[in-house]
Design a protein around this ligand. Structure first.
Ligand code: AGV
Ligand code: CA
Length: 338
């Protein structure tokens, strides 16, 4: 009888050690995140927010040379990480070429951020730059991590796609992809010669990667123009942020958004909270609603990069449709208070 009891006891102990304890730890562990951005103003704002989020372990930052010049965006990323005491977080540079490059004026715009006083006075550490190009960096992080990794993308999705095309066995290591990209039931924002205006820019930059991403069987949350259209950057919000400028991060964020003011309200464009909204989805998914959609991507003109519904194709993607705006603005104002 005593033998039997001790047998049950040791069996229970084994179950605890092998299954239950790691399980409860896994629930408490911060979510592992790789952030792939393309250096626009709202990409940099997103990085600032990410450094302030609880329950997130930032494994690395990848820079895609799309809505930026690579050197500028690398420098901004290093300085933002330094400001947040995240010197251990590597920055990997993308080396992929666009099918459709962004307008040069847009790419040059964010370099002004590196000339802000706070940024000039922050000494970046170039040794934080990974020796691996971004797609290899992503593959190596996926391979060495035991827990699956969430990939947040606020530019074109080429680096992740390239990593998974070269190493398809790593697909299972991706927990979730949160991508700012696409325009499903609304017009796009590409306004170039011969294009019908149906595509969103991140999806248009490399339409083949966009198409491939949707076919990889990943859990994708698409923060498309469908939802970002509801959150333009308004002066009212900027005033609220300015009122808390005693917090250094709020001060920096205020200056970043000020550089976009010539597009608010634009003759053609408004600056939206595109990437900032996608980043917030990580922290407050409950204030968003989504719709599961079978989605495809056009790779030919005049709709190159358009994300379209294609019932029956089996590529189920979760398209984010609405956000509770009050909750969203309150959340980011709070994060910018550090
Ligand atoms: O299409 C939205 C994406 C987002 O990732 N980017 C900007 C955000 O970083 C491209 C873009 C669309 N309109 C723009 C853009 C504009 N007026 N200026 C700069 N970039
Ligand atoms: Ca972007």
């Amino acid at each position: 009888m005593r033998y039997c009891t001790s047998l049950i006891y040791s069996a229970w102990l084994t179950i605890c050690i092998v299954f239950l304890i790691p399980l409860s730890q896994a629930q408490n562990d911060p979510r592992k995140v790789i952030f792939d951005h393309d250096g626009g103003i709202d990409d940099l704002l997103s990085l600032m927010l990410l450094t302030q989020m609880e329950d997130i372990e930032l494994l690395g930052v990848c820079v895609t040379p799309a809505d930026c010049f690579l050197e500028d965006a690398t420098l901004s990323s290093l300085k933002i990480l330094k400001l947040a005491n995240k010197e251990a977080c590597p920055v990997a540079q993308g080396n992929t070429r666009p099918v459709n490059p962004f307008p040069t004026e847009w790419r040059a715009q964010p370099m002004v951020v590196n000339a802000f006083p706070q940024m000039l006075l922050t000494e970046e550490d170039p040794s934080q730059i990974s020796t691996l190009p971004a797609h290899d960096f992503i593959a190596s992080q996926l391979r060495k991590s035991i827990a699956p990794i969430t990939v947040l993308i606020t530019g074109p999705c080429t680096n992740l796609v390239k990593a998974l095309q070269l190493h398809p066995e790593l697909v299972d290591k991706v927990q979730e992809v949160i991508w700012m990209g696409g325009a499903v039931d609304v017009p796009g924002n590409v306004a170039t010669h011969k294009h019908a205006g149906t595509a969103e820019w991140n999806a248009h930059w490399d339409p083949f990667a966009s198409k491939a991403l949707l076919g990889m069987g990943l859990d994708i949350k698409l923060i498309s123009l469908d939802v970002t259209n509801s959150v333009p950057v308004r002066r009212e919000f900027l005033k609220q942020l300015a009122k808390q400028a005693e917090y250094p991060l709020s001060n920096l964020a205020s200056q970043c958004w000020a550089t976009t003011i010539n597009t608010i309200p634009g003759y053609e464009y408004t600056y939206f909270m595109w990437d900032v909204l996608a980043t917030s989805y990580l922290g407050i998914p409950n204030v968003f609603t989504t719709e599961r959609v079978e989605l495809a991507v056009h790779t030919d003109l005049p709709n190159e990069g358009q994300t379209i519904r294609l019932p029956g194709n089996g590529q189920w993607i979760e398209v984010v449709k609405t956000v509770n705006k009050e909750d969203f603005y309150a959340y980011i104002l709070n994060l910018f208070r550090g």
